[in-house]
Design a protein around this ligand. Structure first.
Ligand code: SF4
Ligand code: SF4
Length: 71
C-alpha cells in the first residue's frame, strides 16, 4: 500500500481539474502555486492511489501525468 502514485509534471499542467474529478480515490487536488504558464497546477497527494490510470486517461495534456504501479 502507498507505493502507487501519479506523478504530475507541473510544467505540462493547465489546471483544468479533469483529473481531480476523474480520480475515484480523491488523490489529486489543485494547489495554490502557479506554474510558468500561469496556471494553478494539479498536485498528487495520497496513500490511496490504486494506479487505476483514470487520471492519466482523462488528462487532455499529453505527458502531464504518469502513473506508477507498485509491483
Ligand atoms: S491512478 Fe487512479 S487512483 Fe491513482 S491518482 Fe490516478 S485516478 Fe487516482
Ligand atoms: S487533467 Fe491534466 S491538465 Fe488538467 S489539471 Fe489534471 S494534470 Fe493538469
Amino acid at each position: 500500500m502507498g507505493k502507487n502514485f501519479a506523478k504530475i509534471d507541473k510544467a505540462e499542467c493547465k489546471g483544468c481539474k479533469v483529473c481531480v474529478s476523474a480520480c475515484p480515490k480523491h488523490c489529486i487536488h489543485i494547489g495554490s502555486d502557479i506554474n510558468q504558464l500561469g496556471y494553478q497546477y494539479a498536485v498528487f497527494e495520497s496513500d490511496e492511489c490504486t494506479a487505476c490510470g483514470l487520471c492519466f486517461y482523462s488528462c487532455p495534456e499529453p505527458g502531464a501525468i504518469t502513473v506508477y504501479k507498485d509491483e
